[in-house]
Design a binder for this molecule. Sequence first.
Ligand code: SF4
Length: 507
Amino acid sequence: MKILVVENPRPPVMEHYNDVANAPLSASLNSGYALAVARRAGWETAYLDLAASRENVETLAGRIVLEDADLILFHWVYSWGSENIVRELVSLLKKNHGAAIGAFGLFPTLAHQRLSVYVPQLDFILLGEFEVTLEEMLCNKPEQNNIQSLPGLYSGRSDVVRRVPLSDLSHLPIPDDVGANRCYPTMNIAASRGCFGDCSFCFISSYYGCRRRRERSSASFANELETRLKRRTVENVYLIDPTFVGYDERQTGHARQVSAILKSNNLPFGFEARVDTLDEALIDEMAKNGASSVFLGIESGSEAALQRLNKRITRRQIVRAARAVQNSGITLSVGFIMFEPDSTLDELFENYDLLEELELLSHHDRTINMLYHSQIVLYGSKSWQAFAAAERLLLDERLPFEACYQFKHRSVELVCTAMRRLSHYYFMRMDQLPRQPGVAGAEQIAGRHLHHPPGVDGELLNRILKEAFLAFITAAGSCDSQCFNELEQTHTQRLTSVLGGVPQTLQ
Ligand code: SF4
């Protein structure tokens, strides 16, 4: 029997041009694990990556039918309002093909009940950590009208029982290297799953159905690394663990062991961690073992906002960890939610001060990323429930799986909207303009060398972005909407004088 794993089409959407928060990094290995599990269950496998496809639904359906699979499994990543493409695709396939059709991944997990109504032709949805459920299902040779009831499998007909997450990750097979990832010089790999944190905006614990962080054995990590390095040329590794480092000695010992394995393979690596799990000694050891980049989810410079986000860290811990990373020579990148829904204008100033203090506003690419992000709310998440309970969700019937929310302060919403418009124009123009390596002013960010487009004064560009933000937060509390619009136009025009083109706000 044959299974086909399909990445859903994900057309770019202007409003979310630069947003990546619709799936955790670990999603990049989901399809690889599904394929490896299926082969272990004795199935023939095939893979179709339609993520970047712009073909019409009939053509896409034709490509899927050509594979002649008995089971079609969509790795469905939330696609900002383009879910109708998969809905039409599933509907067409059901009319013309006899395969059972299912979905898995973060989005189908969070939204399983609403999704099974939205796409009633779906035979099943695999919830959360899917590998054991998939293997059991495949061993039972499922047919489209006869999907066996299993823990972790939702068929829309009954209440679902979540499967207990794996206690020993070493039982997982080695994931296939598939899709766009296969061509990157960086190889994604996992040393652990889950997180003990409970941040209000995060999807990780909802996906796994628990707040446990589970590590795999160092031996199984080394074995996977060795196997996958034989498949392709790799320059470095990225550990996709939500938090690579744990709190206690045993957990930090595990991170040390994994880094030593990477060092023995001469592989520089990047990882993600909470600031309260890192100290200078550990960071220095990671640097010696080849750590080249660290991502810290610092999220805010305001103690009050950190508490609202349930981040359970302090500004002091943030500064200490960030400084230690910077002093070690490891490239620091950070996650930052500038516009938390209850933010005040004073908190936006505090955010800005922290970013300046940590020297995170020195290059326009990083500056814009720090200054425009707001919280994203997806259906089925904790934050959706919280905003719904507070009657602050702003629903749009064209977007059944995504919502905006009412900001607590109108002045903050004004700044957020203005920065979002400015960032859309910035990202669009930067994608249109050529980037040349070796141009003066290049700076290393998150392990990548970023450069100014030829003819663009990068320092001026950076200054304009920062001045726009400061002007908006200074004016938002006192200025009426007409005066604020004029201010936005002024700063947009300053940006166009450097980048050219015409932003939507000036058309
Ligand atoms: S620390 Fe990171 S992974 Fe853990 S709950 Fe918070 S945001 Fe999620």
